[in-house]
Design a protein around this ligand. Structure first.
Ligand code: UDP
Length: 575
């Protein structure tokens, strides 16, 4: 039996939340047993479609995929598969209707989802604005921002007993009358801490911003225009707030709906908490990420992408994620119905930055973009082929008729196939860089759950330095003093300084270009932070917004270094 080789950091993460525990809180499962439990549970969907299929064979393939670190599903699948909860998805979007009853239905549904480790996204755009009429009571409405704090309190209460912190995404359309309150709602109140917020940006708004025109604010209850605002002024307000705090993000809602595979089923109005998964109301999605660093071949002292191995991983991963939909236990009936009708999966990658290090290609150059496009085009093409094969065996997804896939003559099992997730925890388990992000630092620690700090050192840097002759005993110390970077350290040859580039040496423009390269081949969206140096101006934020929109991104989140005192990642000494 293949055994797992996990780093000490990975084992700490698993022990904390993932491995099964006894009533007394003792860990009663090994990492191998965890992967076996998950593989067995997910393989159980097979006989349902094909009685002659041997589920043990599938189980072994799934086990091998995870234990070798080539692929990991999202955290809820690792935690809950084959256990009492059996809730396997990370991403949910819930509708919020404009009545007390509908709002509090959504609050209850949120609590149920958070309890099981899922994250929820909402559009609050259908709620009537603050001070608008409430007919049944003769009073006035408290508005979307006020109701968001109810969801926030719910999350706060649930996170004490849940499997992990359920995150939220709150979205408001840019043409909602309360938009200015919303843009500043986290800064003003300091209270809505369990939410990421994004403004849903329309094409009309972007046109108005470009032409320096006004655009209308519309009361969703009456559909009447209540006011007009300068689009540039509003975009500037967003940029100023994002410059100061990292939020709100932008969600390009019209761009997203142009590639909505099932417009006949509904319009997309929101995403999951980290933004990579736009979904229809009540839809859920399970994610999984291929570790690119584990798909390299070593030829002498160089690395190449192992396309054959990658193809095998993509095929087994699509099979795995499609099975998850069937063995998943859905917290709410409506979620089960639409999830099984669209069968969205989110296959993506992690370890991209580490792969580039080993290929010797800088992240912030055309070659870097080319590698991204090549890899993601491959994941998408093989992913579609595999979903097509599943469709032959298991049928196309039930809402396929009338979909964009039908119009293109594409028979697939899944309405979305590719997504780039943040892989916040699973990349720690796989011991690689997160999603499509560059490394933040070559030596660093991470503030993880409960304020604990875990040190990380990049092994490959040591290997390359020794091989290329720039190693010395004090190199690590120098990198620490140089804020985790090799930039400007004399003994490191300039070409290696470029290869080992970190997030802060990459200009916002290259960050956006890389996001766009991944977006091109992601059906869903891409989780990516556009890092800005601490001395960047507000106009650089606006420039990044315009470029992201122009290049077809579905959203954008910027973060200026040092903007928040509690930022998750910090450059620092490991000693
Ligand atoms: N998520 C959440 N709470 C968390 C982390 C993640 O609800 O603390 C959800 C959220 O929808 C996010 C998705 O999980 O967009 C994927 O996040 P990530 O890839 O970081 O999850 P992982 O599987 O690595 O834990």
């Amino acid at each position: 039996m293949q055994t797992v080789t996990l780093s000490p950091n990975a084992i700490r993460v698993l022990e904390k939340r993932y491995l099964a525990k006894s009533a007394k809180g003792e860990v009663i499962e090994t990492a191998e047993e965890l992967f076996r439990r998950v593989a067995k549970n997910i393989a159980e969907a097979d006989p349902h479609y094909n009685a002659t299929e041997d589920p043990a064979k599938t189980e072994d393939a799934f086990y091998a995929l995870m234990v070798s670190g080539r692929f990991l599903p999202n955290s809820p699948t690792l935690m809950n598969a084959g256990r009492e909860l059996q809730q396997l998805s990370a991403c949910f979007v819930l509708p919020v209707g404009d009545s007390i009853c509908e709002i509090f239905d959504a609050v209850k549904q949120t609590a149920i989802i958070h309890k099981s480790g899922g994250g929820t996204g909402f559009s609050f755009s259908r709620l009537r604005p603050k001070d608008d009429l409430v007919r049944t009571t003769g009073g006035v409405s408290s508005g979307p921002v006020s109701f968001m704090s109810v969801f926030n309190h719910t999350t706060e209460a649930i996170k004490q007993g849940g499997t992990r912190r359920g995150a939220n995404m709150g979205i408001l359309r840019v043409d909602h009358p309360d938009i200015l309150d919303f843009i500043h709602c986290k800064a003003d109140t300091g209270k809505i801490i369990n939410f990421n917020i994004s403004v849903a940006i329309t094409d009309e708004f972007m046109r108005a911003a470009r032409e320096d025109k006004d655009y209308p604010l519309i009361n969703p209850r009456t559909r009447e225009t209540v006011k007009r605002l300068s689009a540039r002024m509003v975009l500037d307000e967003i940029a100023k707030e994002a410059h100061a705090t990292g939020e709100p993000g932008l969600f390009f809602v019209d761009v997203t709906n142009r590639t909505n595979p099932t417009p006949h089923v509904g319009e997309i109005e929101a995403t999951n908490p980290c933004g990579e998964q736009p979904l229809l109301p009540y839809e859920s999605c399970n994610l999984g990420s291929i570790n690119l660093e584990r798909h390299l071949k070593r030829i002498d002292d160089r690395y190449e992408i192992d396309w054959e191995a990658l193809e095998g991983t993509i095929r087994t991963s699509v099979h795995f994620l499609d099975n998850v939909i069937d063995v998943n236990r859905y917290p709410i009936r409506q979620i089960e119905e639409i999830t099984k009708a669209n069968r969205k999966i989110g296959l993506g990658v992690m370890g991209f930055a580490r792969m580039l290090f080993k290929l010797g290609v800088p992240y912030n150059c055309l070659d870097g973009l080319r590698v991204a496009q090549q890899v993601m085009a491959f994941v998408r093409r093989v992913g579609y082929e595999q979903s097509g094969q599943l469709a032959e065996l298991r049928g196309v997804y039930p809402n396929w008729r009338g979909s964009l896939h039908e119009k293109r003559g594409q028979r697939v099992r899944n309405a979305y196939i590719t997504t780039i997730a943040p892989t916040g925890t699973v990349s720690m388990i796989a011991d690689t860089s997160g999603g499509c992000e560059p490394e933040f630092s070559l030596i660093w620690y991470k503030n993880v759950m409960d304020g604990e700090k875990l040190p990380y050192i990049l092994d490959y840097l040591i290997e390359a330095a020794k091989r290329e002759g720039f190693w010395s005993e004090d190199l690590l110390e120098r990198i620490v003093k140089n804020k985790g970077s090799v930039n400007g350290i004399d003994q490191v040859p300039p070409e290696w300084q470029r290869v080992f580039v970190t997030a802060h040496e990459i200009s916002p423009e290259w960050h956006v270009r890389m996001q766009a390269a991944f977006q091109e081949y992601s059906d869903s969206a891409v989780s990516k932070t556009i890092n800005l140096p601490s001395d960047a101006g507000v106009e650089e934020v606006t420039k990044a917004y315009l470029l992201a929109y122009e290049l077809g991104c579905k959203g954008i989140t910027v973060y200026r270094d040092g903007a928040r005192p509690d930022q998750v990642m910090n450059v620092g000494s490991f000693r």
